[in-house]
Design a protein. Structure first.
Length: 155
């Protein structure tokens, strides 16, 4: 198991940059991000504001950049957005999807331009463990003659 520093978001880390953990694969599909932790077998769904924040952070943007983009696109006080996004980033670090980085921030273009203010919902993450056994299965060594995705029976 890899050790990751648990860096808390907050005013002292508003300019902190995060890296997507090495065991995580992710993709954005419209207004949703799906992230899979190949080490744990868990997969995660991030919708709407959470997907936008993830896209900014995964591209090398800062917490401040995610806060600014969200506050500009939603009709909600900036301090509410900051508090919610800081809690969200803490959660992403806690579940080991993101790790703190010492590299310089990247200027990131927000994922969507706001033509009008959209409904705000605090960023949240959904975790699913129902495919854990398949996602952590080693298809070369842990299958029987039937092949993948049939796991070898325990003896």
């Amino acid at each position: 198991m890899l050790a990751f520093p648990l860096v808390m978001a907050g005013p002292q880390n508003a300019q902190c940059v995060y890296d997507v953990s090495m065991s995580v694969r992710h993709d954005r599909l419209d207004d949703e991000v799906i992230a899979i932790d190949l080490e744990s077998g868990a997969y995660f769904a991030l919708d709407d504001v959470a997907a936008d924040c993830w896209s900014i952070l995964a591209a090398g943007g800062t917490v401040d950049a995610a806060v600014d983009a969200t506050a500009a696109s939603c009709d909600v006080p900036p301090e509410t957005v900051r508090n919610d996004i800081e809690r969200f980033v803490e959660h992403l670090v806690r579940v080991r999807l993101l790790t703190a980085s010492d590299r310089a921030p990247t200027l990131v273009v927000p994922p969507r331009a706001a033509k009008r203010k959209r409904r705000y919902e605090a960023p949240a993450i959904e975790r699913f463990d129902d495919l854990e056994e398949l996602l952590v299965l080693d298809p070369i060594h842990e299958v029987d003659e039937a092949g993948w995705p049939v796991a070898r029976a325990e003896k």
